[in-house]
Design a protein around this ligand. Structure first.
Ligand SMILES: Cc1ncc(COP(=O)(O)O)c(C=O)c1O
Length: 398
């Protein structure tokens, strides 16, 4: 008898730094959803159209052969436009030449920041529920991740718990406001507490403000870097994906003091050289959009939020009212489910709706075991179909 064929371990080449990092539940749910022809409220992709003027400007830039690498920090005109927006919208004037870095999506900025400033063994504080990319990108740099859990209807943190998470090894804290998946908008007072701890522990703050224009019920967006003592220790990340419906264009930016943007720029250059050149020219047109564009964006998301919350509430999926961004966290217990996974499976099988199990957003999965994340950044007809599906959940149960 011939010996059993040798089956080498398929993971024998894996770097230790990526141990345990796998495709997220979000992708898995999306695949299952496609199999059953359902509506995908799992993945955070907004499928609204990109503004026509921006598309036209990008087409013109392609025709004009704006096709070569740009400086790693991005084209001058775009950095000037971003600095103008930072001054006007965020109250954070900055130097376009030395303090703005155009990145391949805000994700490019987050990866560059992580690789530039986080060493193995450094402590990094991350609020849970977190955005999965923050958690997994950080893990590639092998820090000790200390989680502070946001709890209750307004996803508040316990100031003592946060203070206890800081130590003399704390290198950085990651903040996401408005938040994915929580929809939380950090208040000025909460940010002041965080700022005070950062200053006391000489820690860096990385703040992801990609949803900064999507705010409900009068909530105010505050950039952490504008608080006393924070400008010199904060990397503010944002981008164009969510505000202008262009997630696939891969355009974002980081704003930080010069020594930080310079380090990050060198790393971003090594990772991908520059953000897509013709699209950098194209997105310039977004800065000329009138205020009505932003109020319409908000009105649309507010309506979608109300529609989705009503459908969820009707079947006992009590929603934690989002203050910003375009996600809804719901508690599954009121609809008779024991766990997030049971609820996610049932929603897909019975209602044709994909959602993401809450446990995937927490360091301790138990914290999210009764929650689901639902994304409502969908075209109206898809969202209406999803909401009809959700209402069937009530009919099936009764
Ligand atoms: C909190 C958060 N940050 C960043 C991103 C990705 O942004 P970008 O397309 O600019 O890389 C997302 C996308 O879902 C997000 O939810």
């Amino acid at each position: 008898m011939s010996p059993a064929p040798h089956r080498p371990d398929p993971h024998r080449f894996d770097a230790a730094r990526i141990d345990g990092i796998a495709q997220s539940d979000i992708r898995l749910q999306s695949r299952k959803c496609a199999e059953v022809g359902g509506v995908n409220l799992g993945q955070g992709i907004c499928d609204q159209p990109t503004p026509d003027v921006v598309k036209a400007a990008a087409k013109a830039a392609i025709d004009d052969d704006q096709s070569i690498y740009t400086k790693y920090e991005g084209i001058d005109a775009l950095r000037v436009a971003i600095a103008g927006k930072m001054a006007d919208y965020n109250g954070l004037p900055c130097d376009p030449d030395s303090e703005v870095l155009v990145t391949a999506g805000s994700t490019g900025g987050f990866v560059a920041a992580t690789l530039s400033f986080i060493d193995p063994g450094d402590e990094v504080i991350l609020f849970s529920p977190f955005y999965g990319y923050h958690f997994n990108v950080l893990r590639m740099a092998q820090p000790v991740i200390k989680s502070v859990t946001l709890r209750g209807d307004d996803f508040a943190f316990d100031p003592d718990e946060l203070a206890a998470a800081f130590s003399d090894k704390t290198k950085a804290i990651v903040i996401n406001t408005p938040g994915n998946p929580s929809g939380k908008v950090f208040t000025r007072d909460e940010l002041a507490l965080i700022a005070d701890l950062c200053v006391r522990h000489d820690a860096l703050a990385i703040t992801d403000e990609i949803y900064e224009y999507i705010l409900y019920d009068g909530h105010e967006h505050v950039s952490l870097a504008t608080l006393p003592g924070m400008r010199e220790r904060t990397i503010t990340l944002s981008g164009f994906s969510k505000t202008y419906n262009m997630t696939g264009w891969r355009l974002g930016y980081a704003v930080a003091p010069e020594p930080l943007t310079r380090r990050m720029g060198v790393i971003a250059d090594l990772l991908y050289i520059c953000a897509p050149s013709p699209l950098q020219h194209g997105v310039l047109a977004a800065f000329d959009l009138p205020p009505a564009y932003y109020s319409q964006l908000l009105a649309d998301y507010d309506r979608k939020r109300a529609l989705t919350m009503a459908a969820c509430d009707a079947v006992g999926l009590r929603s934690l009212r989002p203050q910003g961004s375009y996600y809804l966290m719901v508690d599954v217990r009121g609809a008779g489910f024991a766990s997030d996974r049971e609820a996610a499976d049932a929603l897909l099988e019975r209602c044709g709706v994909a959602a993401v199990p809450g446990s995937s957003f927490y360091i301790d999965p138990a914290d999210g075991a009764t929650q689901l994340r639902i994304c409502f950044a969908k075209q109206d007809h898809d969202l209406e179909r999803a909401c009809e599906g959700l209402r069937r959940l009530g009919a099936v149960r009764s």
